[in-house]
Write a protein that binds this ligand. Structure first.
Ligand code: SAH
Length: 478
């Protein structure tokens, strides 16, 4: 692009030279950390200017290098701890500093749980305007954590590359396309680590080439492994650029022989220049095209492409809490909005007269129907479409709900859906949230006619900054 295409003539209003801030990029500063933000970065202040310091903890004094400066806040990376927090922990993962997967391994686990409870409280207060302390305050319970918060993930998605003629697989180095090899991931189920290692070794031996993102050459793009934690069944998915795999039979044979628990070997073909993992075509190379797992008493079929919660143990904790908050006794009509593959719906169906589930992805609804059938559950109806359109249509048809459960994506509920809930006036609303800020925003809207009784944070993703919680709202009228 030549100079003539440049649109902006004068200096950018936030050009670095004009920023009147007390730090500059590249400078090393010593700073007192007073808290942690929602991404797990330490929060400090230099002459009133907010600096987010990754790797630093509350109640620490650290030296940090400024990396990015904006008008109201900046980002820095910790260089050295000057005074350490008593909650500082030694990260067990040797790749912790380089991998972007975890952000809280350096914080004691019990403290991680307190931090997540505090994040929920702060959001409810700041964004929702709710009282979180003293008389009349909303109860935000201590976060429900894991007794063993390691090796909890049931799905590994590993990009494959090459190094010195052998295949490597792990994660992308920060801000680059080069792949760092990883033998073990501390939050990944052991079976997944083992399966990935075996596939890397076998494919190297058979001289299968890794996909090269820059040149768009090579064959093996990703190895995806899923494990049914309750059943021990393992699915290996080979994501390739083309359908033809040299020595395919030998590879499949060897995977069958060397990956313990494998019941399904699947190939997905993705010929596109894209960083989206899966392509359109999926072929079963050996065994079943699904593996099975249980959450509580409910059985789920998991295909290569279908969505499934990645921490099944904590999912059960979350869903039990959702069921408890729904207060269903067997006579209620329940709506499950944003139902995915019907997990919460099937859980709720055990204690309700009828459950209506709605979800925008049609494939997920197909899975939901299959899962209902698999469990012999007949008191559920699933519909594909936007919740904010389908639920008003149900209302028009005369469907009344005693309980509405919502479990929206990070951006929270659509305003039209919140308006519909206020009109439908179910006795209870149970809000399952993966983002405390949109939870707080939406609860503020619902508070017009609902009392927020209690909020329970559940740690679905130990050692990461993610905060999941479930809130109980009870109708109070006008
Ligand atoms: N309740 C499910 C899935 C929750 S994830 C579970 O526990 O497994 C949120 C889901 O909302 C995703 O499946 C996403 O596809 C869906 N979604 C996103 N926008 C939607 C909308 N406007 N209407 C209905 N579903 C939507």
């Amino acid at each position: 692009m030549g100079k003539t295409t440049k649109k902006r003539r004068g200096p950018h209003p936030t050009a670095k030279a004009e920023l009147d801030v007390p730090v500059r990029v590249g400078q090393t500063v010593e700073v007192e950390i007073t808290g942690l933000n929602h991404e797990g970065a330490g929060v400090g202040r230099i002459e009133g200017y907010t600096l987010f310091v990754s790797g630093a903890l509350a109640q620490e004094r650290v030296r940090a290098r400024v990396e990015h400066v904006k008008k109201n806040f900046g980002f820095a990376k910790m260089v050295e701890v000057v005074e350490a927090s008593t909650y500082r922990a030694l990260p067990p993962c040797p790749l912790y500093d380089r991998c972007g997967g975890c952000s809280l391994q350096h914080l004691d686990y019990a403290e991680q749980l307190r931090h997540k409870q505090q994040i929920v409280r702060d959001n409810l207060r700041r964004i929702g305007g709710f009282q979180v302390e003293g008389e009349g305050a909303i109860t935000v319970h201590p976060t429900l954590g894991m007794s063993d918060p390691w090796r909890y993930r049931n799905k590994a998605q590993v990009p494959i590359g090459e190094e010195n003629g052998a295949l490597v697989g792990g994660f992308y180095a920060e801000k680059s396309h080069s792949i760092i090899d990883m033998e073990a991931c501390m939050i990944q189920h052991q079976a997944n680590d083992e399966a990935v290692a075996v596939v890397k070794k076998l494919a190297s031996e058979l001289q299968i080439r890794a996909y090269d993102e820059q040149r768009h050459t090579g064959l093996l793009r990703h190895v995806v492994v899923k494990v049914g934690v309750k059943t021990g069944e393992v699915m290996v998915v080979l994501v390739t650029t083309e359908e033809e795999i040299p020595q395919r039979e030998r590879l499949v044979e060897a995977i069958r022989g060397q990956v313990s628990g494998v019941t399904s070997i699947v190939q997905n073909v993705n010929p596109e220049r894209t960083n989206v993992i899966f392509g359109k075509k999926t072929v079963t190379l050996w065994g079943s095209d699904v593996i099975y797992d249980y959450i509580g008493p409910i059985k789920f079929a998991i295909s290569a492409r279908s969505f499934y919660q990645v921490n099944p143990a904590q999912t059960e904790v979350l869903y039990n809490k959702t069921l408890e908050y729904a207060g269903a006794t067997g006579t209620e009509t329940v709506i499950d909005a944003y139902c995915g593959i019907g997990t919460i719906s099937l859980f709720l169906a055990q204690k309700s007269r009828h459950v209506y589930g709605v979800e925008i992805v049609p494939e997920a609804i197909a899975d939901a129907n299959r899962n209902a059938e698999l469990n012999g559950v007949e008191n559920v109806t699933f519909e594909a479409g936007p919740a904010e359109v389908v639920i008003p249509a149900w209302k028009e048809k005369g469907i009344r709900a005693d309980v509405i459960v919502v479990d929206p994506p990070r951006k929270g509920c659509d305003e039209a859906l919140l308006a519909t809930i206020l009109e439908m006036q179910p006795e209870r609303v149970v809000y399952v949230s993966c983002n405390p800020s949109t939870l707080a925003r939406d609860l503020k809207v619902l508070a017009e006619r609902y009392e927020v009784k209690e909020v329970q944070p559940v740690d679905m993703f130990p050692h990461t900054g993610h905060v999941e919680s479930v809130a109980l709202l009870v109708y109070k009228g006008f």
